[in-house]
Design a protein around this ligand. Structure first.
Ligand code: NAP
Ligand code: 12T
Length: 344
């Protein structure tokens, strides 16, 4: 039977991503008959905004998902590991924002503009990719279809909001202290070193191969979403003192020739993308302009003159929106459209 209204739980509703999810559900008029905000005992009983209303936060527990149709999770990997299966068993469909389930073979990893068909085989949990992966694959997809991508070299310039509310507060605190020449009292807690007026080539933890986990997420997730394990991805993930908006410098090598001019035309027709590319007028994407926008912005598209089939470009998106909350809500919308809100 076709449903037209759903009970939606938001796990981690008090966090940077959870609040953005509530905002996005409201702004896009998601067909929800009830919204249930969940968090830890620390903030149970507090209120979170939902449009002009305020909702009372409940404590997450084993029974939180009874009667819930769709649960959007953004409370960290350990919460997702434990509670996503509990939610799925109670019959609700989970869209999970953490890295816990992304590479699980039974779990689709979805960007609606790129691989909506992978929702068809969900078994109760669907993973939302990493923010840096999402904005990159939105742009890689049309290029891969047109010219077959062989290899991608990417450096990210990632905003502190990707690391949550506490990380944003740490940047503010450090900038205030520097303004007051009070450098000695700067005591990095969330980040390893000072983030104010600095760049840190270190996001998430270091792995055996000396890449960070954030970098390896981009490798594995890109291949899974594009459904092509032959694509080489060589990333460097860097934290920069920007509050919102991830930027990426991306070099792409293709099998077939795609000129910068043809690429610009191709991307300007592609879903979810806004091309901002006019060097004569100093037009290119910037983090400050991507804030509160849904689109993935791309510019500085140019031929890589050192190889036969290469392109360079600059990709920017709001990491809390397309990089997290919006992509999760778009997944939920696609589940509704395709009548997939049920655990098979
Ligand atoms: P945040 O601002 O620190 O918020 C964390 C949220 O999780 C808060 O609502 C917190 O509730 C809740 N929480 C923490 N521990 C909990 C527990 N044991 N039980 C129930 N709720 C708990 O972090 P954020 O930036 O919103 O990110 C949250 C998570 O989303 C991240 O850990 C990550 O897994 C994921 N994420 C994904 C992307 C992406 O790339 N797609 C981007 C950013 C984040 P309290 O108020 O009770 O503490
Ligand atoms: N460490 O969802 O710190 O895998 O910016 C997203 C953002 C992990 C994730 C970050 C992270 C994720 C960050």
């Amino acid at each position: 039977m076709e449903r037209d209204s759903f009970v939606v739980a938001v796990v981690g509703a008090t966090g940077a991503v959870g609040r953005e999810m509530l905002k996005t559900l409201k702004a896009r008029n998601f067909p929800a008959c009830e919204i249930i905000p969940l968090a830890s005992s620390r903030s149970a009983g507090t209120k979170v905004p939902y449009g002009d209303d305020e909702l009372v936060v409940r404590e997450l527990g084993e029974h939180s998902f009874e009667g819930v149709d769709i649960a959007l999770f953004s409370a960290g990997g350990s919460v997702s590991e434990e509670y996503a299966p509990i939610a799925a068993r109670s019959g609700c469909v989970v869209v999970d924002n953490s890295s816990a389930w992304r590479m699980d073979e039974e779990t689709p990893l979805v960007v609606p503009e790129v691989n909506p068909h992978d929702l068809d085989w969900h078994k109760g949990i669907i993973a939302n990719p990493n923010c840096s992966t999402i904005q990159m694959v939105v742009v890689l997809k049309p290029i891969h279809d047109a010219a077959t991508i062989r290899r991608v070299v990417v450096s990210t310039y990632q905003a502190v909001s990707g690391a949550g509310q506490k990380a944003m507060d740490e940047l503010t605190d450090q900038v205030k202290k520097m303004y007051n020449f009070d450098m000695e009292s700067i005591d990095p807690k969330y980040f390893q070193y000072r983030i104010a007026f600095n760049c840190l080539p270190h996001i998430d933890r270091f792995l055996e191969n000396d890449y960070t986990k954030e970098e390896m997420k981009m490798v594995h997730e890109t291949r899974k979403i594009l459904g092509d394990d032959s694509i080489g991805v060589s990333p460097t993930a860097v934290r920069v003192p920007v509050y919102i908006g991830h930027s990426e410098s991306v070099n792409i090598e293709t099998v077939d020739k795609l000129s910068a001019r043809d690429c610009r035309a191709l991307l300007s027709q592609a879903p979810g993308i806004t091309v901002q590319d006019n060097p004569e007028e100093n037009i290119y994407p910037m983090a400050i302009e991507a804030v509160d926008e849904d689109a993935t912005f791309v510019g500085r598209i140019r031929d890589d003159e050192t190889i036969a089939n290469g392109l360079n470009m600059w990709i920017v998106a709001d990491n809390l929106r397309k990089g997290a909350a919006l992509n999760a809500v778009q997944i939920a919308e696609t589940l509704v459209e395709r009548e997939l809100v049920r655990v098979p």
